[in-house]
Design a protein around this ligand. Sequence first.
Ligand code: 6GU
Length: 221
Amino acid sequence: MRIDILTIFPEMFTGVFSESIIKRAIDQGLVEINLYNFRDYSLDPHHKVDDTPYGGGNGMVLMCQPIFDCINAIKTEESYVVMLTPDGVPYQQSFAYELSKKKHLILLCGHYEGFDERIRSLVDFEVSIGDYILTGGELASMVLADSIIRLVPGVIQEESHLQESFNDHLLDYPSYTKPANFRGLEVPEVLISGDHEKIRAYREEQRLKRTKERRPDLLQK
Ligand code: 6GU
């Protein structure tokens, strides 16, 4: 899979993509990530990428030309263009699965007050990562890239994501590791019992209990 990220702050991404599972996925050639600074595509003598809004109002608006020219330069038949914007569709695990099947993703990060509305004509899907405002789409695109890359076949063991939260609308069960008694804090008996059927039932019950307590909204699904 190839992921191209369009941003005026490419340096923000260096740490995130040079550690841990994402780094290994890149090193193994399972995913290729390219950063494009769309400021480089600006035809303005001062490499301007934004301007004041028609009709007045606060802030600056990302203008069409640099983003149109950058996307048109990298887009192919196989590209799927995602815009990161607080007014997009709320992101969820099922989108991560869908997006992990694409051959080429283009993630477009905004800044300032927003995008010139005509830029949306280049976009296949608009995503928000939650009901709060970030200074830009960069952190949101890192969230998408991370959640998508870990689902690309070969990046992590398949079994680890088949069982995880949100696939069946339940939160995870509580986990423990050695020692069985840490400074008086005990591991539930059942987990040390060796009775696999009892353990399975205990975990299932815990998942339901947790979801009821913390995320009753998930049970509605
Ligand atoms: Cl995708 N962008 C910005 N700027 N803020 C957000 C967001 C995206 N998702 C939630 N807040």
